[in-house]
Design a protein around this ligand. Structure first.
Ligand code: ZN
Ligand code: ZN
Length: 314
């Protein structure tokens, strides 16, 4: 509960006038408990898990031809029945694990010092904290994910997340309940180390989930703004991890590529990229010869879409 009974009281306590956003925040939340504000996260997550994946999932199950050139695993699609089963399992885990964890973790959020009232954080503070949270989560997730690929941990827990070798957005939170708990630790580590406002916390949880939905989408669109982020992995990077599956010893990081590079766990992926690059050059030369009339058109097979992308970038 915000400890100011009125706007003038808040202005007097802060020693300045409130911004428009602070007035709005006060008017919408001054009679709402902190616990209720924290639990809003459950609604946000439900919407993110249910609505945001739909465009990607529709492209996948409807096998939309115009989007096929952006499909990471060209020609590989999930059946509608598998997609629906995936969503049902995700919702079961959401209502039996994620939701109750949210309801019970409020004392911890209070303890680490997340703020609910005025003043609202400056944009620079929010951006700084989100950056710290992302770096902390990426590092922690890298090591826990790598550990989950060992023996019993993989067979009993992490194999569930790897059921989809050609991932789709619904499959991002598709995991054993124990994995949800284990990988929740680095997600909460950042806010525990640098506690901020509940708005920052909401943004962090939403941002992290949106990133996971995108990296599991199975589509790598060239206009995606995440391509501008330095060392960002993206859909193609994590797709490789699912494509290889149980024996994969590459691409463990959740967001960036530098942990895998630093600890030498991107060798398989780099090798695959190099093979594709060389194949693309060879195909490109064949294409040039065909266009110059040195080869008959039926001497050549069509170039797969993922290789076409390589041709453009080589
Ligand atoms: Zn894995
Ligand atoms: Zn995954």
């Amino acid at each position: 509960m915000i400890p100011f009974a009125s706007l003038p009281e808040a202005e007097e306590a802060l020693g300045r006038s409130l911004t428009l956003w602070e007035e709005l925040w006060w008017s919408k939340t001054h009679n709402v408990s902190d616990y209720t504000l924290y639990c809003m996260n459950i609604i946000f997550l439900f919407v993110i898990f249910s609505v945001v994946p739909l465009p990607y999932v529709l492209l996948d199950v409807l096998k939309v031809k115009s989007a096929e050139k952006y499909k990471v695993q060209a020609g590989v699609h999930n059946e509608p029945s598998a997609t629906w089963r995936c969503y049902k399992v995700v919702m079961w885990t959401f209502f039996t694990v994620v939701g109750p964890l949210q309801l019970c973790s409020f004392p911890a959020v209070r303890l680490i010092g997340v703020r609910f009232g005025l003043p609202l954080p400056a944009v620079s503070e929010v951006l700084m904290q989100l950056t710290v949270y992302t770096i902390v989560e990426d590092f922690g997730n890298y090591w826990l994910h790598r550990w989950l690929h060992n023996g019993w941990w993989y067979d009993a827990i992490h194999s569930v997340h790897h059921e989809f070798s050609a991932p789709m957005s619904f499959a991002a939170p598709y995991a054993h309940w124990a994995e949800v708990v284990i990988l929740g630790v680095p997600t909460f580590a950042g806010p525990a180390m640098a506690p901020g406002h509940i708005i920052t916390f909401w943004l962090w949880i939403a941002m992290r989930q949106l990133e996971a939905l995108e990296t599991h989408s199975g589509y790598d669109f060239p206009w995606n703004p995440t391509r501008l982020i330095p060392f960002y992995g993206g859909a193609e990077y994590h797709d490789y991890h699912h494509f290889v599956g149980a024996k994969c010893s590459s691409n463990f990081a959740s967001v960036f590529t530098y942990c895998d590079w630093l600890y030498g766990t991107d060798k398989g992926y780099r090798y695959m990229k190099e093979v594709h690059r060389k194949e693309a050059i060879a195909k490109s030369k064949e294409q040039e010869k065909r266009e110059a009339g040195w080869l008959r058109a039926d001497d050549l097979k069509p170039i797969p879409s993922f290789l076409s992308n390589d041709i453009k970038s080589s």
